[in-house]
Design a protein around this ligand. Structure first.
Ligand code: PLP
Length: 449
């Protein structure tokens, strides 16, 4: 779609929308009732979609006959509502702080189904992990020493050694090849305190090949280490499963024709998340498992070597599982496009704080829909006094002029957008999370715990 509300032709980037979100939007009262109750911006989360995403990863593993576990990368969204869904499906959680670990335990995740990753961990986190039989991904030699020290009282700790990926030599995570050798030797010596169950990595980007290649390489390291009598069973290939927010045609047209004057004040975001890509989610896992080495799929190599696969998706479990609603405070037209100001801050759409932009079009939910209205184009600013507090620099199309009391809905924000950089700037309360469930043909809502 092209819009002529300004002299420039502006692109539309409509979000791929799930049925449940359409249903919530179609219920004219629901969002306004929630807004009335919470009195400000809020996030909507839908655990049923999360559960469906989790099941699709689990099915893919089972389909390949590969034993394994799906660890939800918890940092991608803080809501508690995902955790019972994980517990019910016998999933697992990947944490990197004490509060995350405690939150997971408190919502029914067993310690043995919690993985602890992250850079150097505090002694407190390591002690909790040790006492609850979590799997700890060790990132440095001194951390291995600290775990062994804590294990003298807590009992043996299951660990993975996190490797520095050869194609990411400047990453600050993982053990170098030399340190990895040293760590394996230490694990052999410290056998009564640490159980080395395998190796892990987490790669940037969303490509299949580097994950498959590194996994294959590590299968050989697993075999070699097992031959030294260490209890190796596991390989973790981390997260970074691709997601789709936009249709291919819209996204490719945007990239091909992008102009600075599509953005308020000529803003030039340097980099964007790849909003349309494939394969995504569980299909990407399938592509990794199907990658062939020496005539056999990676999945077969894992099976033949009796190695179970851990994956740690964050965003890919949250895709399509939430959105964010900002009440409109006002609209004005200083230029040939409008400026919409909403109740809320751009920190609640985290992409803005990486110098980037969350690109799926916001959706206007007007109090008084006007089918005869002319479409307009607008950027969207937050309620702070900072010039740069912009939720959307891009001039986005809306079917009618936003008015105070309307709602502006940002689709698909559950993965990293709603949680990460939010702040109480101006003493504004953080937007609460509202959990939607469908019960007996009716949509219900409650506050997340
Ligand atoms: C952030 C993180 C994840 C999750 O990454 P996604 O891109 O959200 O899938 C998984 N594992 C580790 C170690 C991480 O740091």
């Amino acid at each position: 779609m092209v819009l002529n509300a300004s002299p420039v032709e502006l692109p539309a980037l409509p979000a791929v929308e799930q049925e449940w979100q359409r249903r919530v939007r179609a219920d004219r009262q629901l969002l306004f009732d929630i807004q009335h109750a919470v009195g400000g911006p809020f996030h909507v989360v839908y655990p049923e979609q999360f559960a469906a995403n989790l099941r699709s990863f689990q099915k893919t593993l089972a389909g390949y006959g590969v034993r394994g576990q799906v660890y939800y990368g918890k940092k991608a969204n803080k809501a508690g509502c995902w955790l019972p869904a994980i517990a019910d499906l016998d999933g697992a959680v990947d944490v990197a702080s004490e509060p995350e670990l405690v939150h997971a335990l408190a919502h029914g995740i067993r310690g043995r189904d919690i993985g602890v990753t992250g850079a150097a961990k505090t002694d407190g986190l390591l002690r909790l992990a040790a006492r609850h039989d979590c799997v700890v991904a060790i990132d440095a030699l001194d951390e291995l020493e600290r775990v062994a020290w804590i294990a003298r009282n807590a009992g043996p700790v299951r660990i993975l050694l996190r490797t520095l990926p050869p194609n990411a030599p400047h990453s600050r995570f993982g053990l170098s090849a030399t340190d990895l050798d040293t760590a394996i030797a230490m694990c052999a010596r410290l056998r009564s305190r640490v159980e080395l169950i395998g190796f892990s990595f987490h790669l940037d980007g969303y490509a299949v090949a580097p994950r498959a290649e590194l996994a294959y390489e590590l299968i050989r390291l697993c075999a070699k280490t097992k031959a030294q009598g260490l209890p190796i069973t596991t390989l973790s290939i981390g997260g970074g499963f691709a997601c789709r927010y936009l249709g291919d045609d819209d996204w490719n047209a945007f990239l091909a024709h992008r102009r600075d004057d599509w953005f308020h004040a000529g803003k030039r975001p340097e980099k964007f998340y790849p909003y349309a890509q494939g394969p995504t989610g569980a299909d990407m896992l399938a592509a990794i498992l199907a990658t062939e080495f020496e005539g056999h799929a990676l999945g077969n190599h894992l099976r033949d070597n009796d190695i179970q696969l851990y994956i740690e998706p964050g965003r890919a479990l949250l895709i399509d599982a939430g959105f964010t609603v900002f009440p409109v405070l006002g609209y004005k037209q200083n230029f040939d496009y409008g400026i919409t100001t909403v109740h809320g801050l751009s920190m609640s759409v985290s992409e803005q704080w990486k110098g980037s932009e969350f690109l799926p079009d916001p959706i206007l939910v007007p109090r008084n829909p006007d089918p005869a209205a002319e479409p307009i184009a607008t950027c969207v600013g937050g309620a702070s006094c900072m010039e740069y507090d912009m939720l959307t620099w891009r001039k986005v199309p809306l079917p009618q002029r936003p008015a105070p009391g309307d709602l502006l809905l940002y689709p698909n924000t559950a993965g990293y957008q709603m949680d990460k950089n939010e702040s109480e700037f101006h003493q504004l309360r953080l937007p609460p999370k509202v959990v939607i469930t469908a019960e007996e043909g009716r949509l219900r809502w409650r506050l997340d715990k």
